[in-house]
Design a protein around this ligand. Structure first.
Ligand code: AMP
Length: 192
């Protein structure tokens, strides 16, 4: 099994790139943002709670996310691979992911960090907001999402760099070019 994380700030292209990898390698794609939005759309008490965080650009509680991820990973442990998108979002989630994977002799083989500067991220998310219908794709909430990214999520990069699973890709180039850099990183790891 080959497991990877597509990592980066909101608007860097994680979802787009994950879809390309799915197409080529047949891995499964799990987006924690999508899981949360599905819960919110059900209108349950849990959904209403999650919406309070998401609408303000804040991370939802780790315990909720980890439960969903663990359930997904257990259910799909015999697949070719999983692409995690939007997870892990802080150091605790990254450490817990390794810990729960260890128990099943699974591991994260590769983390691809897509690098895009702040102005471009803001521009892309505002543009996406015109059609996405997402309550958090606007300048005000995006401002918070970026603050959360830089304070809580970005430190995760160092965690993966230290244990040599990190590859960084420049994200301001045509989608196909970003995809081919990711593909090269993936091929390199698959051959190890
Ligand atoms: P995304 O679609 O990945 O941008 O996620 C949208 C929102 O869902 C985030 O702003 C958070 O409120 C929440 N979310 C997604 N993934 C996580 C995660 N791994 N940990 C905590 N909150 C998350």
């Amino acid at each position: 099994m080959f497991n990877m994380v597509v990592f980066g700030p909101p608007g860097c292209g994680k979802g787009t790139q994950a879809a390309k990898i799915v197409e080529k390698y047949g891995f499964l794609h799990v987006s924690t943002g999508d899981i949360i939005r599905r819960q919110i759309s059900k209108g349950t008490a849990m959904g209403q709670l999650l919406e309070k965080f998401t609408a303000r650009g804040l991370l939802v509680p780790d315990s909720i996310i980890l439960k969903e991820i663990w359930r997904f990973a257990l259910e799909h442990q015999y697949e070719k691979g999983i692409i995690f998108d939007g997870f892990p979002r802080n150091l605790y989630q990254a450490q817990m992911l390794d810990r729960i994977f260890n128990k099943k002799e699974m591991r994260i083989n590769l983390v691809v960090s897509i690098d895009v500067h702040e102005d471009e991220l803001m521009r892309r998310v505002i543009e996406r907001g015109k059609t996405s219908g997402r309550i958090d794709d606007n300048a005000e909430v995006m401002h918070n999402r970026l603050l959360v990214y830089f304070s809580q999520t970005q430190p995760v990069i160092e965690y993966y760099r230290k244990n040599k699973r990190l590859e960084t890709v420049h994200g301001i180039q045509p989608v196909e070019q970003v995809a081919s850099h990711i593909d090269a990183a993936l091929q390199k790891r698959l051959s190890i």
